[in-house]
Structures are given as C-alpha cells and as structure tokens.
Design a protein around this ligand. Structure first.
Ligand SMILES: [Cu+2]
Length: 68
C-alpha cells in the first residue's frame, strides 16, 4: 500500500469532497480516499493496479485536475 497526498485546488465544498471520494473509491486498487475542502487535498491509499498516474488521470477526467 502507498499513501499519496494530491493537491486539488478545485475542491471547494462538501459536494466536491463527495464526488472525489466516490469516483476514486471505484478505481481498482484504491483502498481509502480522504478529501478536504479546507486543505484542498486528497489523500489516497492504494496498491496496483492503481497508480499515481491513473489517479491523476481520473481526477482530470472528473474536472478536478491535480496541481503540481
Ligand atoms: Cu464543490
């Protein structure tokens, strides 16, 4: 298991948090997702086949792109 925190500037409210947690949880290999509108971060614990790249790709697809 790997835990990575992503900066996601688009997390503005509880709805965003819910969307991100729901969508990322459906990615195979993702164990837990904790998103916060206060820190604008999403912390994801995952194992293969999920990867940093696949998580970033999914967040971009649902219009919450990760900031570098
Ligand atoms: Cu929102």
């Amino acid at each position: 298991m790997t835990t990575v925190t992503f900066n996601v500037p688009g997390i503005n409210c509880g709805h965003c948090v819910h969307t991100i947690q729901t969508e990322l949880s459906e990615l195979t290999g993702v164990e837990t997702v904790v998103a916060s509108s206060q820190t604008k971060q999403a912390t994801v614990t995952f194992e293969p086949p999920a990867s940093i790249e696949s998580i970033k790709m999914l967040l971009a697809e649902i219009n919450y792109p990760v900031a570098e």
